[in-house]
Write a protein that binds this ligand. Structure first.
Ligand SMILES: [Zn+2]
Length: 245
């Protein structure tokens, strides 16, 4: 696929010498690769790319807002170009977390480029590491479930799963259940009626956070039930990454 017309028509200087403009694709050369994105991802990216983020904090503007069309109604305040790109990039990461969690083939670089985010390093090299660094992973390949991890760890009524998430009903996520367990299955730990993970101590910051979230939301705070890591594992609990890191 390296000699496709799309690649041949774009000179390398087009990539390295071009000043990125708002909402433009930086790597037209990769158009065939971009098609690897799902339709949903492309449509999210199209919205993020098209939107004018430069006055986003100052007005409740509809999706696809363009400041150029505001005329005398344009807000007096406007973000700097760098601030504008920070907003765009943060929005891109949020959408990417959801899309990447739902789709194991999701490519954040392709998605970012469709969003109009410059994915190059400061020195102009492609595929800057800061792009994937904005995503959260359970392990090297599995992107974390969107949202506050401790809130959903204990959430008795989780939101409906993503359309492509065909995992069976279970307590821990695959990544949580695959974490390294203590050698001795009789290692003490505790679970709660609704927890996804077994913890070693109630001092655990993740456990404490989940309790705080439950209280804030008026949910039942289930008491710790002491058990062993082996029994918790047999009950499909995951292992707390904080307690056993
Ligand atoms: Zn813990």
């Amino acid at each position: 696929m390296t000699d496709s017309p799309a690649r041949q028509t774009v000179a390398p200087s087009t990539i390295s010498g071009r000043v990125p403009r708002r909402g433009t694709l930086l790597y037209q050369v990769l158009s065939e690769d971009l098609m690897a994105l799902s339709r949903l991802a492309r449509e999210f990216a199209a919205e993020i790319s098209y939107h004018d983020w430069s006055d986003a904090p100052f007005r409740l503007d509809r999706a696809g807002h363009q400041r150029d069309n505001d005329g005398i109604n344009a807000t007096p305040e406007q973000l700097t170009p760098e601030q504008t790109e920070f907003v765009r990039t943060n929005v891109m990461w949020i959408a990417a977390q959801v899309l990447g969690h739902a789709d194991p083939n999701f490519d954040v670089f392709e998605f970012a480029e469709w969003c109009g985010v410059d994915t190059r390093t400061r020195s102009g090299r492609p595929r800057s590491g800061h792009i994937p660094a904005g995503l959260r992973f359970d392990d090297n390949t599995t992107m974390s479930r969107p949202g506050d991890p401790e809130a959903w760890d204990e959430d008795p009524t989780p939101a409906a799963p993503a359309p492509v998430d065909n995992r069976p009903a279970q307590v821990g996520t695959p990544a949580q259940r695959a974490r390294k367990w203590p050698m001795d299955p009789n290692t003490p730990g505790f679970v709660t009626a609704r927890s996804r993970n077994v913890h070693r101590t109630t001092e655990c910051v993740k456990y404490q956070h989940s309790v705080n979230v439950a209280r804030q939301r008026g949910r039942t705070v289930h008491p710790p039930v002491w058990t062993t890591t082996g029994a918790a594992r047999a009950n499909e609990k995951g292992i707390c990454s904080h307690c056993w890191s």
